[in-house]
Structure formats: C-alpha cells, structure tokens
Ligand binder design. Structure first.
Ligand code: BTN
Length: 341
C-alpha cells in the first residue's frame, strides 16, 4: 500500500488560497493589481480571477475594480496559516500549520499526519468539522467559522503516565486565553471543561499513540465556542459561547494566537519544572480542585464524593461518600452534585 503524502490530505487549504487571502487581508485598505497578485501567489495573470472566485465561494467578500485590481471588503476572521505563523513566531507552532475549510475531525487529520512523520508542533485547524469528536464518544458541534477547532501534534519525551498533564496544560492555556475575553474568570472542571456561570464553552480531547514507556505522539484537540449566537436547544442549558456571554463578536484569530502562546509557556514550564507548577496553577483557577461535592461517572460506576486535590500525574482524588476511602480518577465525567455529603 502506498502511503498518502502530507500534501495529499484531501481538503487542505491550497497554499495559493492562503497566500491570496493573506495578501488581500494585509493590504485591506488598498486596491491590489492582478499582476501583483499573480506574482505574489505564483499563478498567471489569467488565473487570478479564478482564485478570487474561489475565495468568494468561501464567503470572503472581494471587490473587483475595473482596470485597477481587487480589494477585500472586510477582513475575514479566517485562520489563515501565513498570518498566524507571524503571530506565533518563536513558538514551535509557527512552522507547520495545516488549515482546512471542512474536515471530519482535526484530531483525525493530526493523527494521520503524525503517522506520516509530521514533527512536534504541527497545528491542524478547521473552519468547520463534520465529525467533531468530544470525550467519552460524544460529538463536538462545530459550526462553520464560529469556533476554534484546533489540534496540536506533540511528540513529548515524557512517560505515558504523565500524559494527563498535557490535557491540564491545554486546559490552563485555553482558560487564560479566554479569560481576557470575558468579564468574569472562567472555571475549569477537571480535567479540562471550561465553564462560565456553570455552562461549558470549551473542551479538550487528548489522544495518543504510545508504548508502556514511550509516547510516539499525542494529539491535543481543543474546541472553543467563540462566536456562536445560540447553542442547539438540547445543549442550551449546559453549553455556551463567548459571544453569548458577552454580547460581542470575538476575534478567533487573536484568541488562537493567545491560546497557543499560553500553551507554549505552560508546556515549557512543565518540561523544565515538572508537574508541580501545573498542578499549583490548576488549584488557583479551578473550583473543582478541592472541596467540591461531585458526582463521578466512570465506564463502570457512578458515585458521589468530595474532590481532594490532584496527584502529581494530574489524576483527580475524590473522597467517596459511600466508603471511607479516596478514589483516584483517571478518566470519567465530573459533575457538581446536589446537596452535601
Ligand atoms: C470534550 O469536551 O468533550 C472535548 C471536545 C474536543 C473538541 C475538539 S474540536 C478540535 C478537535 N477535533 C475534534 O474532533 N475534537 C477536538
């Protein structure tokens, strides 16, 4: 069987489309000639209009001026790799950014890329996911260009047992990035649901390929509800978006850059100093860290108890109501429980 090369991944945003969008967006106040566009994006002058048409079909409003050229009517909030790459300069995430208008799941793409040998720091972004995946087999609704759907490919040199800390790192990064957009501080429900006023607006799905003593790769998928105006009726009581909370439209582009810069900072801190600063930070910002009465649902049982901090590996400790013992929760759903123990 022949392996698909990275450039064969279907639906990946064409480099020329990326270059065209970047060129128009970075010169949004001027009209750019067809000849300049042709030269900058590497097509013939005759082909320029076809690429402009492609952009238009993706919802980008480009105005054509007879004899002079083109200009973008409103800078779109599309997560184009070239411009993102400038904003991420100095981090491992600036080098390999794969953008898609539509994919099934950015985690699926990132895993395929990982199998093909893509390096640590590769970023996969989508404007829309048709099969966005959440934890515990749930789906992640991914409305077109409303949220951030991003997966990071990591090749960490840590024992697989410490992998839950990658999820905490991502949760902290997403929390800090989103905090700057909100009037009140977001909460983190272990391991990584971001909540505002008890409703979830972001989640993280970490998947990895590992041997008992070595991680080949981990993909960390981050979904943030940013500019959704309303949530589907069945989720409205438990889910929200930054826009619903603030009545404002937020720049996904800026939020994403902050998210990846915070991730880089926490990740480096984790590699240099170990789990302690990550667990300490989690304790500062999560009301679920200690003393919260919760219901835990795992694959095998459901019980109530009170949270009692984290193990150094990132695993949650819960003092059970029904036994005089502390349970270590490796994975499972955590929900605030009614009443006291
Ligand atoms: C959860 O809270 O259940 C995790 C949600 C993770 C969603 C993100 S969106 C980007 C990446 N691709 C996916 O299919 N899932 C993650």
């Amino acid at each position: 069987m022949t392996r698909k090369s990275v450039s064969d991944i279907q639906g990946r945003t064409d480099r020329r489309l990326d270059a065209l969008l970047t060129l128009l967006a970075e010169n949004s106040t001027i009209v750019i000639s067809g000849a300049t566009i042709a030269k900058e994006i590497g097509v013939t002058r005759q082909q320029v209009w076809r690429w402009i048409e492609k952009l238009r079909t993706l919802g980008v409003r480009v105005k054509g001026h007879l004899h002079t050229g083109y200009h973008i009517e409103r800078t779109p909030d599309i997560l184009v790799p070239q411009t993102l790459s400038h904003g991420l300069y100095g981090t491992p995430f600036s080098r390999r950014i794969h953008h898609f208008f539509k994919v099934d799941s950015t985690n699926n793409i990132a895993m395929r890329l990982a199998e093909q040998g893509e390096p640590h720091g590769t970023v996969v972004l989508a404007e829309e996911q048709t099969g966005g995946r959440g934890r515990a087999g749930r789906s992640w609704i991914s409305e077109k260009s409303a949220g951030i759907y991003c997966t990071l490919l990591l090749r960490p040199t840590i024992p697989p047992a410490h992998a839950p800390l990658l999820t905490l790192v991502a949760g902290l990064a997403a929390r800090d990035a989103a905090a700057e957009e909100l009037d009140c501080a977001p909460d983190i429900r272990w391991p990584n649901d971001l909540l505002v006023d008890g409703r979830k607006f972001a989640g993280i799905l970490t998947e990895m390929h590992a041997e008992p003593d070595r991680i080949h790769y981990a993909v960390v998928g981050i979904g943030i509800n940013v500019n959704q105006s309303k949530m589907p009726a069945e989720l409205a009581e438990i889910a929200t978006s930054l826009k619903i909370e603030t009545n404002k439209t937020h720049s996904r582009f800026e939020l994403l850059i902050r998210l990846l810069r915070h991730f880089d900072r926490y990740y480096n801190q984790f590699l240099a100093e170990g789990a302690a600063p990550i667990v300490r930070r989690f304790a500062e910002v999560s009301s679920y860290f200690r003393g919260k009465h919760v219901r835990i649902t795992t694959a095998t049982e459901s019980f109530t108890g009170t949270t009692a901090g984290l193990e150094p590996s990132g695993v949650l400790r819960v003092a059970r109501d029904d036994k005089h013992s502390t349970e270590l929760i490796l994975s499972g759903d955590v929900a605030e429980a009614d009443g006291c123990c």
